[in-house]
Design a protein around this ligand. Structure first.
Ligand SMILES: NC(=O)c1ccc[n+]([C@@H]2O[C@H](COP(=O)([O-])OP(=O)(O)OC[C@H]3O[C@@H](n4cnc5c(N)ncnc54)[C@H](OP(=O)(O)O)[C@@H]3O)[C@@H](O)[C@H]2O)c1
Length: 329
């Protein structure tokens, strides 16, 4: 079967190669999936560059955690799935650190066998391409808004940038009745965010101290929830942008440290900083239920063909995208 591999020791996008592997057979507890679509996350760029958790890969690895497809074979012990079912893989398989795309083989392959406990049915109204956006970005945003301080109608939610996780956060926060403030480096992307329901927009290039705008837009209070996608470089701003008893969901690693990282600005507000590592299967099920009930459609920027996977990586790295980048398989 056709697959892509990130070669052992890869430190650049040149380490992503087309390859062949034997078509897998499902083990007794496994389903065999004809993968139809996979999506990229910022993590996948880090993996090919040897900069993800654990450093460069120690073996050739099929990349991408996020994929969806059709069940074409089931092991003898599988009760919950049958041939023809449309399924999406969970980010982690079994233990929280047994994650697809590194260290486990991922979904950028024509076929993938996974334990039946590591897949879920696709929400009814979603295509394979849409479902393939959910496992990492969708579940992470859902975790941020529902697992710690739950978003309530009327809350304010600040989310950073217009990548995959941020647009899910925007859509889910609007679904929950919140007021959404979103930042971007691009006015054009901010316009598109408004069309998706964002209430307030801030260009973080033009306003490097964007927390001031957040405070102004919230009557001096700050945001109840901050979906922190920037990391070390944006955290000091988020400490100032969060409101009394607010919560910062610590998710991203997009920026390097810049200035004072002291979190004391949060202390007097009784705010919380909560670390997030995607989310488990129970959270994914909750997300899927919310998607079905509310008719949410993930925002896909571009769908690339399988032959153009290297181009898809380059496109994500260019940060021209708005929402998700998907590969059809
Ligand atoms: N902890 C976890 O479990 C977890 C899960 C998923 C993702 N993540 C992390 O979360 C981050 C976002 O992931 P993703 O897959 O959504 O990435 P993505 O789709 O590649 O989004 C990247 C976007 O982030 C925005 N950005 C870059 N620098 C920024 C800054 N200084 N301030 C605000 N926004 C900035 C840009 O938006 P504009 O073009 O609009 O400026 C850029 O397009 C990454 O660091 C990723 O590794 C962590």
């Amino acid at each position: 079967m056709n697959v892509y591999e990130v070669v052992q020791g890869s430190r650049s996008i040149d380490g992503l190669r087309r390859s062949q592997r034997a078509e897998p057979e499902p083990g007794p507890s496994e389903v065999l999936i004809r993968v139809r679509a996979a999506s990229l996350n910022f993590r996948d760029i880090a993996i090919v560059r040897g900069k993800y958790i654990g450093g460069p890969l120690t073996r050739n690895t099929i990349p991408l955690s996020d994929g969806a497809g059709e069940v074409v074979g089931v092991g003898a012990d599988v009760q919950d799935f049958a041939v023809g079912d449309r399924v999406v893989a969970t980010f982690a398989q079994g233990s929280p650190f047994a994650t697809l795309g590194s260290p486990l083989d991922g979904m950028l392959a024509e076929y993938r066998n996974l334990d039946a406990s590591g897949v879920l049915p696709i929400p009814a109204d979603l295509s394979f391409e849409e479902a393939a956006t959910l496992p990492c970005a969708g579940v992470t945003a859902w975790n941020a808004l529902t697992e710690g301080k739950t978003v309530r109608p009327g809350d304010s939610v600040l989310t950073l940038g217009t990548g995959g996780v941020s647009l899910f956060a925007l859509q889910l926060a609007k679904m929950a009745g919140a007021r959404v403030i979103i930042t971007s480096s691009s006015d054009e992307k901010l316009e598109r965010a408004r069309a998706l329901g964002a209430d307030e927009t801030i260009n973080y290039k033009r306003e490097p101290n964007w927390e001031r705008a957040v405070l102004e837009l919230s009557g001096g209070q700050g945001a109840d929830h901050v979906v922190e996608l920037g990391g070390a470089g944006t955290l000091p701003h988020s400490y100032r942008a969060v409101g009394p008893r607010g919560e910062i969901s610590l998710i991203g690693v997009l920026t390097l440290p810049d200035g004072d990282l002291s979190p004391h600005a949060m202390m007097f507000k009784g705010a919380t900083l909560r670390g997030i590592f995607v989310g488990d299967k129970a959270l994914f099920k909750g997300l899927n239920r919310a998607i079905e009930v509310n008719g949410l459609k993930p925002v896909i920027d571009t769908v690339f063909e399988f032959d153009d996977a290297v181009e898809a990586y380059g496109y994500l790295r260019s940060a021209k995208h708005f929402g998700k980048v998907v590969i059809r398989i």
